[in-house]
Ligand binder design. Structure first.
Ligand code: AMP
Length: 435
């Protein structure tokens, strides 16, 4: 690829998709997205070796949504097969999020529940079908699934699928769908079984391998504080920034809104100058902010992960993670901003209860423990407001569901809707549907 792709708008995606990406809070593409999206858009078969936490789901969903564009006919045109019910629901949720400004119909089918609702969903028409292998075969045998229009197949977490003994079902699925199609196969690891599957299933695939960059610069010391809520985070931040050794500080936050809030707080309370960088800022303002920060004209740069990947900013004394990153690899990218070129640096993470779970996963990737530092005694711990408590509980629930397929959920969530009934664009489905 000759053109340098850095942001989502550099991909050949339409406005509806870009708006949904923005709403999802994705600031810049992850490495697996940078590689997979253009290849899949160009129609290649792709073999992606990438773990959960790299952004691989959106890497295949975005080109699929782009390719499908709008609702058409009644039978599915894309089939996504993950190994477990939980993963099916997770992929469905992400597909709905990224296709929310289109009228594409997304349906999830999986075992362990009655088939009645799922059958009804299929009858209403489907564009993207997300299915566990067993339930797909069941409903196919019942005559409820029409497979002739399927022209894209995704096998997700293929290694898990093989471990769970799904090879016979996969073979059956391959027999039942048209052989002329685009295939995308994702796997966290690449054992012989998956290699064999990929040989059977992919045609001249483009191979994309993302091994999480797992080495932390040895010049960076890192640790975390347990900080239960936003109010306390702000107090700890203020306390830390009183220390003059924090001379060039990058603060990473997950969303643009939070970036703006932290920026406003620092601007009011802390000396030394501060700027904020995120994807809603014009390119020129971003470049200027980074340049001024590099030149030492401002002390603090608040940013989303737009600047975690890429930009080599020199001489950063401290990186503060205002919460753990959800794309776990970004931890290494973020803290890699400090301790560059043999200078020493410190990376500090503020972690609420949900962040602690993400940190555990990050520890697995970097293969080391991140030490905890006790909260400085002078900091008064604020009460967590109800809304924030709910938000944290929801995130913990989401995490547990993702990690353990059998987790039933402590936080009562609405039953997942099996299909997206309407689109935000307000366009009536029957008008846009084409036969
Ligand atoms: P996955 O590896 O697909 O399980 O994704 C891991 C998490 O990263 C999910 O919570 C996604 O919503 C999130 N995610 C995916 N792509 C991005 C991105 N470009 N920027 C920020 N978060 C992302």
């Amino acid at each position: 690829m000759s053109k340098n792709i850095e942001s989502f708008s550099d991909f050949k995606l339409n406005r509806q998709i870009l708006n949904a990406v923005e709403d999802a809070g994705f600031e810049s593409p992850t490495p697996v997205q940078l590689k997979v999206v253009p290849l899949a858009l160009a129609g290649h078969d792709v073999l992606g070796i990438a773990q959960t936490g790299t952004g691989k789901t959106a890497a295949y969903l975005l080109p699929i949504i782009m390719k499908l564009k709008y609702a058409q006919g009644d039978a599915p045109r894309t089939l996504i097969v993950p190994p477990t019910r939980e993963l099916v629901l997770q992929v469905e949720r992400q597909a709905m999020e990224l296709a929310k400004y289109t009228d594409l119909r997304i349906a999830a089918i999986y075992g362990g529940v009655g088939a009645k609702d799922q059958l009804e969903t299929l009858q209403n028409g489907v564009d993207i079908l997300v299915a566990t292998p067993g339930r797909f075969i069941d409903l196919y045998r019942k005559g409820a699934l029409h497979t002739k229009t399927i022209n894209t197949l995704v096998l997700d977490e293929a290694d898990k699928m093989m471990d769970m003994g799904f090879m016979p079902q996969i073979r059956q699925i391959l027999e039942k769908i048209p052989s002329k199609r685009q295939n995308l196969l994702f796997s966290a690891t690449f054992p012989a079984k998956v290699e064999k599957l990929s040989e059977e299933f992919l045609t001249f695939p483009e191979r994309v391998e993302i091994t999480p960059q797992a080495t932390r610069a040895s010049t960076v010391s890192h640790y975390y504080y347990k900080v239960p809520n936003l109010q306390t985070r702000a107090r700890l931040l203020q306390y830390l920034l009183k220390d003059e050794s924090f001379e060039k500080v990058m603060i990473f936050v997950r969303t643009k809104d939070l970036a703006n809030q932290v920026f406003n707080f620092i601007e009011r309370k802390i000396e030394g100058g501060v700027r904020v960088v995120h994807s809603n800022k014009a390119q020129r303002s971003r470049i200027n902010a980074i340049r001024d920060f590099e030149a030492g004209e401002i002390r603090v740069l608040v940013t989303t992960d737009v600047t975690a990947r890429g930009h080599d900013i020199k001489g950063v004394s401290h990186v503060i993670n205002y919460g753990a990153p959800l794309v776990y690899e970004d931890y290494v990218h973020r803290i890699g901003r400090t301790g560059r070129a043999f200078q020493s640096g410190e990376a500090i993470t503020f972690a609420d209860e949900a962040d602690l779970l993400h940190l555990m996963q990050i520890e697995k990737i970097i293969r080391e423990k991140i030490p905890e530092k006790p909260m400085p005694g002078v900091i008064e711990i604020a009460e967590t407001p109800f809304n924030e408590k709910q938000q944290i509980a929801r995130e913990i629930d989401h995490f547990k569901r993702k990690e353990g397929p059998d987790y039933k959920g402590a936080f009562h969530e609405k039953k997942p809707r099996p299909i997206k009934k309407s689109s935000k664009s307000g366009v009536k489905k029957h008008k846009r549907r084409r036969k």
